[in-house]
Structures are given as structure tokens and as C-alpha cells.
Design a protein around this ligand. Structure first.
Ligand SMILES: [Zn+2]
Length: 124
């Protein structure tokens, strides 16, 4: 599969970043990865993060744009961000597939990795 387009300084990712109170955010829209608070280089340096977003690309392909967004927002309202099934699957994929995106480098240590948004209570 061709690597998705990366959009830096995305207004969509900025909204998500403010909502999640995160320093940096990546979000998938269709076949593109939108970044806010991180450069393309910073994103690509963390293969765990890339693998996580690649799983969202796959989910988008499986469910279609509206199917994905509808389920994502419904499950966010029901379960809170951390427990959205698409996010649970993407975190698992991040751990499982990071080596695919390491480009021959050592995998980052835990403190070098992009931090996931903090676990918060339901509907936060
Ligand atoms: Zn995610």
C-alpha cells in the first residue's frame, strides 16, 4: 500500500488536540494523516505512532469515511476516548506493527514515544 499523505498544521487535528488537551495529535481522515503540534519528521520518527495511525487508515478503508466517523463519534460518546474500539485496536496495532515502520532503526524507548492522550473518565 502506498504510504498515506501527511498534512502538517491541520485545523482538524488542532481541534482534536485541544479537545484531548494533548501536546501533539495525529488523526486520520480518509487516506491522509493530519498532524497538529508535531512535524512530519517527528511523527515518522515514532514507528509506534505511525503503526497506530496506519491501523486507523485500515479502519477507514474497511468502514468507509462516514461509517468510520459515525462509529468513532458514537463510541466516543458511549465509552470515552480511551475505550473507543477503534482506538483499542489501533493501540494494539501500534505495539504489534511498530517494527514495520522502524526503517532499520532501533524502536524508540518508552520515554521517546509519543504519549497517548491521558486516560480520562467516560465522556471527558
Ligand atoms: Zn488513534
Amino acid at each position: 500500500m502506498e504510504f498515506p499523505r501527511i498534512v502538517e498544521n491541520s485545523p482538524f487535528a488542532r481541534v482534536a488536540r485541544l479537545k484531548l488537551r494533548a501536546r501533539s495529535v495525529a488523526m486520520v481522515l480518509g487516506q491522509s494523516i493530519h498532524l497538529s503540534g508535531a512535524t512530519r519528521e517527528e511523527f515518522l520518527q515514532d514507528p509506534y505512532w505511525v503503526a497506530h495511525e496506519m491501523e486507523h487508515i485500515r479502519q477507514f478503508q474497511e468502514h468507509g469515511r462516514m461509517g468510520f466517523l459515525w462509529r468513532y463519534l458514537r463510541d466516543w460518546a458511549r465509552h470515552g476516548y480511551y475505550n473507543i474500539p477503534f482506538e483499542v485496536a489501533a493501540r494494539e496495532a501500534g505495539e504489534r506493527d511498530a517494527h514495520l515502520y522502524a526503517q532499520g532503526r532501533a524502536l524508540p524507548t518508552p520515554d521517546q514515544r509519543h504519549p497517548s492522550p491521558a486516560v480520562k473518565s467516560k465522556n471527558s
